[in-house]
Design a protein around this ligand. Structure first.
Ligand SMILES: [Zn+2]
Length: 167
């Protein structure tokens, strides 16, 4: 129980840091560098840190980010570090804990749908030896189909509480 309280107070502390930091960093940068999801990934990381060594280690990275990002965002090197840290943590949450940033799967499905539609259109076009119409039709249908499938997937993830962030 005591350990539980220590971990919970970690979350309170990092929330305070992030709020203080968000007042300094301008809104455009917050969005561009995905820092708006910092609270969410802190919460999810903390939740998983009881059973996951990587999440436990990521807590240190997150705590540092909650203090240092405002300074780092002014330099190119610092900006790269912020991007790398966020990528590393969100990738881990996706691969190991099946937690997705909102609209991530929608984008994946849409691109895959577009590519499949393009390929099918190309093949049909090759068969009939007339490309433009079939490629355009295939790509449009693939794009729309991918988007619909992506929306369904997002809805399922939302129901299972596997989505976070998003704006
Ligand atoms: Zn983990």
């Amino acid at each position: 129980m005591e350990e539980f309280n220590i971990k919970e107070s970690w979350l309170v502390k990092i929330y305070q840091n992030i709020e203080k930091q968000n007042e300094i960093i301008n809104h455009k940068d917050l969005k561009f560098f995905n820092l708006t999801i910092l609270k969410d990934i802190a919460r999810i990381t903390q939740k998983n840190s009881y059973n996951c060594e990587i999440c436990n280690a990521n807590k240190d990275i997150l705590m540092k980010m909650s203090i240092e990002s405002a300074g780092k965002i002014d330099t190119i090197k610092g900006r790269n570090e912020i991007t790398k840290d966020i990528d590393r943590i969100t990738n881990h949450l996706r691969k190991s804990h099946k937690m997705y940033i909102k609209n991530y799967q929608l984008a994946v499905y849409t691109v895959v749908g577009l590519l499949i539609g393009f390929a099918v259109g190309f093949l049909v076009g090759w068969y009939f030896q007339t490309y433009k119409f079939f490629i355009l039709t295939g790509a449009s249908a693939g794009l729309i189909g991918g988007r619909i499938a992506g929306k369904i997937k997002e809805k399922k993830l939302a129901q299972k509480e596997q989505l976070y962030g998003g704006f």
